[in-house]
Ligand binder design. Structure first.
Ligand code: EPZ
Length: 438
């Protein structure tokens, strides 16, 4: 098992370049299945969720060629297998996007249900609602979702909750369905727009992505394309918080400032200075951090995927801050780990009360999910002393070479391999069993 060792207290400075967006890439790669010709996808982050997505495509019969550091040529024309087995699907929650893509292309799909997850219940009822509205029939048995459709026909789909995954899956299933599909109460995240732009670059006819009403006119044929994935809004936000937590001063390159608006506004309220340029931002701190309340919400609200990171920053601010997590029922599991570093946080249901102590102390801690792991890195960078973070496989699912980028900003962080001992092998066994992605 690998772990990070961080010697805290160093201000981050210099420049960092953001990679492609994980939550866009994990939807765009399955979407290639819908094309009748090879596609090239660029600015793909080097993360394990992408590795798994590419492996699934290959196991289905697609030809995947790495044609550059972050670019892949994918030929889906030889895909014959429309099943994603449990063993592969369980490692990545977003494997459910293969349901929408395979159904949209072949009128059938068989994918393992997403496993349990550290964030709490992860239902897919809205995904199934969308597929049914388009004419598909589904069965759930032995942990697998089986979808079949005589024919997919455009429909009106109204989501009961704003859901990124179901909005993406509805688009994937509807792009070749006959007639008009209208998705209402749609999610508006940047990665929703990125998937729609990718599909339109293949000849799809999608309008309104980024608003809460998306209209899709089905087309017969989707051709090949070359497409560049947008920069990762959450990776950028994570680095903004890391620079602020170390009272540093640095430039973050390859960003779309518009995608960062809610994060920027919240950080400025906390006392962080942010200057925006066309595709980069400067972040620095030259005064005290002050208490601020945060409520997570669907885009354009404050992203839930930034909640643990901003909570870590608020432990360093003066005064009492309140965080309300409105999307996931269990997204405060990182708090126990921050308490080991001296944080004073009280959790009650979906609310966390943070008493800013202004300082953190290094300690051995464990990442329990992707963004919790990112929060612990931020805490280690800001803490006095040494922090060791275990179970960093969670972090490597969604951050492209995090330690390398942080070292380039002046952080004292290194990744070390821990030999498998009796204890570790027990940990490893339990980690392997619950190595579910979120
Ligand atoms: C996506 O998850 C992201 N994952 C998550 O990011 C992110 O936290 C989430 O959107 C919210 O922005 C990927 O894109 C791979 P949802 P998703 O469907 O699609 C409920 C990260 O850190 N719901 O928008 O699974 C659900 O319980 C990860 O990168 C239903 O009730 O999230 C939740 O309360 C963590 N029924 C809410 O909707 C459904 O059928 C939002 O979930 C689907 C969802």
């Amino acid at each position: 098992m690998d772990k990070f060792i961080i010697k805290g207290g160093r201000k981050l400075h210099g420049e960092v370049t953001i990679s492609g967006a994980k939550n866009a890439a994990v939807a765009i790669l399955p979407a290639v299945i819908l094309s009748d010709e090879p596609c090239v996808v660029e600015n793909v982050p080097t993360i394990s969720d992408v590795t798994i997505s590419l492996r699934i495509l290959e196991e289905m019969g697609a030809e995947v060629t790495n044609i550059g550091k972050d670019a892949y040529r994918i030929d889906p024309t030889k895909i014959t297998n429309t099943c994603v087995p449990y063993e592969t699907a369980r490692k990545m929650r977003a494997s459910y996007y293969f349901l929408g893509a395979l159904l949209g292309k072949f009128n059938k799909a068989r994918v393992s249900m997403p496993g349990g997850c550290p964030l709490g219940d992860r239902p897919i009822d809205q995904h199934l609602k969308a597929f049914s509205a388009l004419g598909a029939k589904y069965t759930l048995s032995q942990g697998m979702v089986d979808l079949t459709a005589e024919k997919l026909t455009g429909a009106q789909i109204f989501f009961d909750v704003v859901t990124v995954g179901a909005t993406m899956n509805a688009m994937l299933a509807a792009v070749k369905a006959e007639g008009l599909t209208i998705i209402e109460n749609a999610a508006k995240e940047p990665h929703i727009v990125d998937l729609a732009n990718f599909l339109n670059s293949m000849g799809a006819n999608i309008m309104g992505a980024g608003t809460d009403v998306i209209k899709i006119r089905g087309v017969e044929h989707l051709h090949g394309t070359t497409y560049t994935v947008i920069p990762d809004q959450i990776e950028a936000g994570t680095f903004m918080v890391a620079i602020a937590a170390t009272k540093g001063d640095a430039i973050i390159k390859n960003v779309i400032p518009k995608h960062l608006e809610s994060i920027t506004k919240k950080l400025e309220k906390i006392g962080v200075n942010i200057e925006q340029y066309d595709d980069s931002i400067r972040v620095w701190v030259d005064g005290p951090l002050v208490k601020t309340n945060v409520k997570t919400a669907p885009h354009p609200g404050f992203p839930t995927d930034m909640q643990s990171q901003i909570a870590t920053l608020l432990t360093l601010a003066e005064g009492t801050s309140i965080i309300t997590e409105n999307i996931w029922e269990q997204r405060f599991r990182y708090v126990d780990e921050l308490r080991r570093m001296g944080a004073d946080i009280t959790v009650n249901g979906k609310i966390a009360l943070i008493e800013g102590t202004g300082k953190l102390m290094g300690a051995p801690v464990k990442a329990c999910d992707l963004r919790a792991g990112a929060a612990l890195i931020i805490a280690g960078l800001a803490a006095s002393g040494v922090t060791e973070i275990e179970d960093i496989y969670h972090i490597e699912r969604g951050y492209d070479c995090m330690e390398g980028k942080l070292r380039a900003l002046g952080a004292d962080i290194e990744k070390v391999s821990v030999p498998d001992t009796a204890k570790n092998s027990t940990d490893k066994a339990s980690a392997k069993s619950d190595k579910e992605a979120v």
